[in-house]
Design a binder for this molecule. Structure first.
Ligand code: G6P
Length: 608
């Protein structure tokens, strides 16, 4: 949440800051601002609303200079307003700060500073930091930031500039990501790699409690005690095009269309020259796999539904118990970590605050952590004991699509790997599943051909006020994911139910014309789903079914059908989620919403 960019070099800072912020808008977009050093002063421009509002302000009131910081906000403390936008400054306007995170002890600090005569203009926790740095400032900006941060509790990624230090940006982090980009005669700071890709792919990842001094000539990193740290430069492989819309009207549609390639890129490195499954380097060699007694999966949002799919896949193929928990619940329920647990963390960004905290808790209790993540260098990737990357490339749209399907693929590959070692699947069954996994990218490609059909469905139904998704077994997590997608970007009220639970309450919601989306891919459960469809139809529901062409029972009953590509039972989530993603997308477009930046949401949730 919140995007930060900093630039120091020879070029016009404001252009680089605005361009960087536009790549980070997915982190928050309720206000934006910049502070640029120009001729002995810091010029601050900030505005409530999308980045375009700031652009318009800058046209009227331009700023010049070659050093500055910028911010795009997702409000926590203080409603979105011009005043609450970042950067925040000290009273004299000589120090400016942008911040991502939450200063938890800000009221106490505010009281302390208030007693010393400081006055406040905003409701934010960040403004306190600007005054606190001022309070400690004795002529050295780096020391002032270090001193101030010693008194701060909570999470932060910050950039600080001062009119008295035109040659440096001070950056620091704790529990919120910050990347330092290295250039020739210019250097950069950003919350996330996409903001830097146009300028450099050589980056340093700042660690918790570290503070950096970024000048035109170089980057110096110091640990929490002020001792210089040697950090190896990391070369990012993502290319610039991957973080651009490339002719698509929205990132979300582009990312849905990238799914076949993302899946292939995730699959290929795990197949060796002999065409065999080859998963190495995860600490899951024979002995370790045999020692697993339970799998515990923790994640948030869409990634947690990948975890729910994992429960069905691992239990079925490995015959060991699997627990799936939301990270925000896990971290506060005094969880039991046992010998023989395999602890799986799933996170696209690798930065989600709750997921990170849950992982740290499990680790502190002795669990060995395997992370499935998309972002190389992310905090979770660095702190986990082992990482299985989804090679989906940058995912920019807030609604997760290709990250989800590649997470599912990693789960399937892990299950195959472990099942072979444990001998928990028959050889022929294993071979068939492995072959089917390799066919998945092509099946997903074929599934994308249903785009026009889905678009027509969206056109017919985008005006509904409620939609209910039903599914059993592996279709249940996809019902939940489909429902989440629909509500987050089209704002249609939507819920998902395990179809067997209908009669225990949810069926009371069904009335004439209610839209029910029934996902039915599990052949042995077609009859059960057919009964559920009959039950809702008898109460007036309009049923849109998503099922393979052989599901005659379902096809006969449904009012409309989106036909799914056929595949092995354990792999169906990779197929059935595609039309669910497209449906949410087209409903949002039909309703005229900003698909990539849905209201109130942010892609990377780095605060609790
Ligand atoms: C946010 C995003 C979701 C995502 C969730 C978890 O809510 O909007 O799309 O699923 O965070 O994010 P992670 O990066 O940990 O997968």
């Amino acid at each position: 949440m919140c995007g930060i960019v900093g630039y120091i070099g020879e070029k016009s800072a404001v252009d680089i800051l605005i361009e960087g912020l536009s790549m980070l808008e997915y982190r928050g977009y309720d206000s934006a601002g910049v502070a640029v050093y120009d001729n002995g002063a810091l010029d601050v421009r900030k505005k409530k609303g999308r980045l375009d509002m700031l652009r318009q302000l800058l046209e009227k009131e331009p700023v010049q200079g070659t050093m500055g910081i910028g911010h795009t906000r997702w409000a926590t403390h203080g409603a979105p307003s011009d005043e609450n936008s970042h950067p925040h400054t000290n009273g004299a306007g000589t120090i400016a700060v942008v911040h991502n995170g939450i200063i938890e002890n800000y009221s106490r600090l505010k009281e302390y500073l208030g007693a010393k005569g400081y006055s406040f203009r905003s409701q934010t926790d960040t403004e306190v930091l600007a005054h606190l740095i001022d309070h400690y400032y004795m002529g050295d900006l780096l020391s002032a930031v270090q001193d101030a941060l010693r008194h701060v509790e909570g999470s932060y990624a910050i950039c600080v500039v001062s009119k008295d230090h035109p040659g440096e940006i001070i950056a620091a982090r704790k529990d919120s990501p910050l990347v330092l980009g290295s250039g020739q005669g210019e250097n950069f700071v950003a919350s996330d790699v996409p903001a830097l890709l146009k300028h450099t792919r050589d980056v340093y990842f700042l660690e918790d409690y570290e503070v950096a001094r970024v000048t035109r000539e170089g980057i110096d990193i110091f640990d929490r005690y002020g001792i210089p740290v040697e950090r190896e430069v990391f070369h990012v492989e993502w290319d610039v095009q991957a973080a651009e819309r490339g002719g698509y009207p929205h990132f979300m549609l582009k990312e849905i269309h990238e799914e076949p390639k993302a899946l292939q890129d995730t699959l290929s490195p795990r197949i060796n020259a002999q065409g065999d499954l080859n998963i190495e380097g995860l600490g899951l060699e024979e002995e370790a796999v045999r020692a697993v007694r339970r799998i515990v999966i923790v994640a948030c949002g869409t990634a947690s539904y990948a975890g729910q799919v994992g429960k069905y896949v691992f239990e079925k193929s490995l015959r060991i118990p699997v627990e799936v928990d939301l990270a925000s619940e896990y971290r506060y329920r005094d969880p039991v970590v046992q010998e023989g647990d395999l602890f799986l963390v799933i996170s696209q960004s690798g930065e989600t605050a709750d997921t990170l905290a849950a992982m740290r808790l499990a680790k502190a209790r002795g669990a060995r952590i395997l992370a499935i993540t998309n972002v190389v260098g992310s905090t979770i990737s660095r702190e986990a004991d082992a990482v299985m990357y989804t090679w989906a490339g940058p995912e920019i749209a807030v609604a997760s699509t290709k990250a989800f399907t590649t997470q599912l693929l990693c789960i399937e590959l892990l299950a195959l790997h472990m099942a072979r070692i444990r001998g928990s699947m028959e050889q022929a069954q294993w071979q068939a599943l492995f072959a089917a996994v390799q066919a998945i990218p092509a099946k997903v490609e074929a599934m994308l051909e249903a785009e026009d059909t889905v678009k027509r469905c969206a056109h017919r139904h985008s005006n509904v006020s409620d939609a209910y998704f039903l599914g059993r077994n592996l279709d249940y997590p996809i019902a939940m994911e489909g429902s989440l997608k629909l509500k987050e970007i089209s704002y249609i009220h939507s819920e998902a139910f395990a179809a067997g639970e209908l009669k225990h309450g949810p069926i009371a919601l069904i009335e004439e014309g209610t839209l029910v989306l029934a996902i039915a891919t599990q052949k042995e459960l077609y009859e059960k789903m057919a009964s559920n469809i009959k039950e809702v139809k008898a109460r007036g529901a309009h049923v849109l079914a998503m099922c393979p062409g052989d599901a005659a029972l379902i096809l006969d009953l449904a009012d409309e059908v989106i036909e799914l590509e056929d595949t092995q039972a354990l792999l169906t989530p990779l197929i059935s989620v595609i039309p669910a993603q497209l449906l949410a997308y087209f409903c949002s477009v039909e309703r005229g919403y900003d698909v990539d930046k849905p209201r109130n949401l942010a892609k990377s949730v780095t605060v609790e």
